[in-house]
Design a protein around this ligand. Structure first.
Ligand code: MN
Length: 737
């Protein structure tokens, strides 16, 4: 059967919740904690109702129930039941702390804070909201689990919200919560969050894909069933114990693949999938061996995530085989424990450790796994309030992290694509980064600018004699983390050096004044120094002292000015700025790259209304006293001007000319759209002259107008094609004015 494995969506009662809880929580005091938390939450939420009309407590029970599905501990479940009491009721953290202990109170507090951020300032730029969510969550992984459960239940009941809120909450879910769930390996929650968001953000596409899946279901179920029988016979004959079932892709993942890999629905669904769960690592490899012996594996598709786990702890063997009937199957083979980690990620990992340790110790182990989260809280202090920059860092370092390398001890470190041993060193520890002198990769000494590949074992060599990072490293590193650390090292060094040079200048001046028996307190008065500094075109007296220290200005000239107190005509500041800022602007080549048959002395220019580029079909328009204006053939401005048109053509000789083109992009409103657009323009090696984005009054449509510089029509077409591929972009058109 084509099994749909989803968290139960039935609304559960408290008794049903307790039944689930009691399957793995046995201690009386723990069960009592949960019951008391429930009683307290029920009492305080009394008389409150959700948009759906349900009593509020139902929400708290569902959140706790989702946590139970993740098999979290009693304190987390209690906090799940209590998560809204401070925000919505007349209850303080002190109250919660007195009744349920500091730990539960602190969990409730963190969850409440994240909730409060959401509504604090509607206008607040979303990126800064996202950033705050991450920082708040980094405190305790249990906060993430509660918040994810809360969000999941809110998404399940989103139909009661206004259309505007639905879109807002769904896009926040897709951009923040689903990636967090993914990063923690909780694929159950991730998949459901994605499908629910998808349903609200792109209703038509969601139902279209759901319909297509349904149409093919019976046929596919039969094919999978047949293959399961086949493999069952094979494994039984070798006395291996196993559990086997078909897998379905969730709708959003099909949609995403169609978009990113630019494939048709059929091509994506062509892949049938089977999962085999067994009881030991060895059995996994054994099963793989039997399957490869019987069915032809497709080369390049075998992945051993058991030997090399993904960063989110996912482990499994993957292979793709061709069945006897020609169907292609993706087979996943893993142990029960690996299967639990694959579905519930960090929560399962936690659970497997729980039997032996107390909650506090596990927390530490998980924090180890979550070191990337910690990196953010640290990083956030360095980036200051530039929330956008922060989100960029986040996406770059974490969500696009796709090189996984290891320490000699086998710890997996995630780095952005193209990362070097220097990035690796800084990820281990800032001081290791600063003192790096060399690196071995897989046991071989390699240059520090070597690009690391997944699976590399990297060993960093450090030396206390190392003078610190080199400026060249900035050109080599790929992670924002390493770049920040190196920059702040130099900034610190620069500040220190400057301070010591200022001091040196001060001492030199003082010495010279004394030598000339001049009163130091009089002549080194700040106001007087400031005056001289101004005369010599320094911005401040500190700059003057610094210049003295590094001997950029002579001591004599400063002392003369100080003593004579001569008034000179100060330089006009504005003039100075202009002088220094004068930038050589590259002159555009004057030739248009156009040939007019039989004429070469005529003034030729490109029409601004339709901005033709080489490769476009063009025509010349003889203007009154302004030479020939070249238009695109389809430009409506010349449609009725037949008598003034002459034939023109592009001069093939002219290369590397740059042409301005205006584009208008219509898209659904979302975060980072503009930055995605700009990235595509730069990836396509087109110039960007001007860009502006406006959100239409319906709040859903963004209109982006931009002026780009391209080489020719082909270049332009490829740029437009790539812009159209951007998520949520609907149309990209050339503008004719
Ligand atoms: Mn809630």
């Amino acid at each position: 059967m084509w099994v749909m494995e989803m968290v139960s969506k039935k609304v559960v009662t408290f008794d049903e919740l307790m039944q689930e809880v009691s399957t793995y929580i046995k201690k009386e005091e723990n069960l009592n904690l949960i019951k008391e938390a429930y009683a307290y939450a029920e009492k305080n939420h009394e008389g409150q109702f959700r948009k759906s009309g349900e009593p509020y407590i139902i929400h708290a029970i569902q959140v706790a129930h989702i946590l139970t599905m993740l098999k979290t501990g009693p304190k987390t479940i209690a906090a799940g039941l209590l998560h809204d009491v401070v925000e919505d009721c007349d209850v303080t953290f002190e109250d919660v702390s007195t009744l349920f202990g500091e730990e539960v109170a602190s969990l409730v507090e963190s969850v409440t804070k994240i909730g409060a951020l959401k509504f604090k300032d509607e206008k607040e730029y979303l990126a800064s909201n996202h950033r705050k969510i991450f920082i708040a969550m980094a405190k305790d992984v249990r906060v993430i689990l509660i918040k994810l459960s809360d969000r999941l239940h809110n998404m399940r009941t989103l139909q009661y919200m206004s259309a505007e809120k639905q879109k807002k909450i769904a896009s926040e879910t897709l951009e923040v919560y689903a990636p967090i769930a993914h990063r923690l390996g909780i694929s159950d929650i991730k998949n459901e969050l994605e499908d629910l968001s998808f349903q609200y953000l792109e209703k038509d596409k969601y139902y279209e894909i759901a319909r297509l899946v349904e149409v093919r279901k019976a046929e596919r179920d039969a094919q999978v069933q047949h293959m399961i029988q086949d493999i069952s016979a094979l494994l039984t004959s070798h006395y291996i114990s196993y559990r086997m079932f078909g897998r379905s892709k969730h709708l959003y993942s099909i949609y995403k693949k169609m978009k990113t890999k630019n494939k048709r629905f059929e091509e994506i669904l062509d892949l049938l999938a089977i999962r085999i769960v067994t009881n030991s690592d060895t059995a996994c490899y054994e099963i793989l061996g039997y399957i490869h012996a019987k069915y032809r594996p497709i080369p390049g598709r075998f992945k051993d995530y058991i030997a090399m786990p993904k960063v989110n702890m996912y482990q499994s063997l993957h292979t793709t085989i061709v069945a006897e009937d020609g169907n292609i199957f993706e087979v996943q083979i893993r142990t029960e424990a690996m299967d639990a980690v694959a579905e519930q990620g960090i929560a399962a990992h936690w659970r497997y450790k729980e039997s032996t340790n107390g909650e506090k110790i596990q927390q530490k182990e998980i924090e180890e796994q979550l070191h990337w989260f910690k990196d953010f809280s640290v990083m956030s202090d360095e980036v200051n309030d530039d929330a956008m920059e922060y989100m960029n860092l986040l996406q770059k370092d974490i969500f696009e992290a796709n090189v996984y390398v290891m320490t000699p001890k086998g710890k997996v470190i995630a780095l952005p694509n193209g990362a070097t041993p220097i990035d690796f060193a800084y990820r281990i520890h800032t001081e290791i980064g600063h003192h790096t002198v060399g690196a071995t990769i897989n046991g071989v000494l390699m240059p520090l600018n070597t690009k690391l590949k997944t699976g590399d074992v990297v060993n960093i060599r450090t030396s206390n004699q190392s003078p610190g990072p080199s400026e060249d490293w900035l050109k080599v590193v790929k992670s924002a983390h390493a770049r920040n650390k190196i920059r702040s090292f130099f900034q610190k060094q620069e500040t220190e050096r400057k301070a010591s040079d200022v001091k040196k200048g001060e001492e030199l001046l003082e010495e010279e004044l004394k030598r000339r028996s001049l009163d130091v307190t009089v002549y080194m008065d700040q106001k007087r120094l400031e005056q001289v500094a101004k005369e010599l075109s320094f911005t401040s007296h500190t700059d003057l002292l610094y210049a003295l220290g590094v001997k950029q200005v002579s001591l004599i000239s400063v002392i003369e000015r100080l003593v004579k107190h001569k008034t000179t005509i100060p330089l006009d500041n504005d003039e100075l700025v202009k002088m220094y800022n004068r930038v050589e602007r590259r002159k555009k080549p004057s030739k248009t790259g156009i040939v007019v048959e039989g004429i070469d002395s005529m003034k030729i220019s490109l029409a601004v209304c339709c901005s033709p580029v080489p490769g476009d079909e063009i025509v010349g328009y003889i203007s009154k006293g302004n030479g020939v204006k070249v238009h695109r053939k389809d430009c409506p401005n010349i449609a009725h001007e037949h008598h003034r048109l002459i034939e023109v053509s592009w001069d093939e000789e002219i290369q590397q000319k740059t042409y301005e083109v205006k584009l208008v992009i219509n898209s659904t409103d979302r975060n980072f759209l503009l930055s995605d657009i700009v990235t595509v323009v730069s990836q396509c090696k087109a110039g960007l002259q001007h860009v502006e984005s406006t959100v239409e009054s319906d709040k859903l449509t963004t209109v982006t107008k931009m002026t780009v510089i391209v080489e020719n029509a082909e270049h332009l077409q490829s740029l437009i094609a790539n812009l159209r591929k951007i998520n949520s972009v609907r149309t990209v058109e050339r503008v004719i004015q």
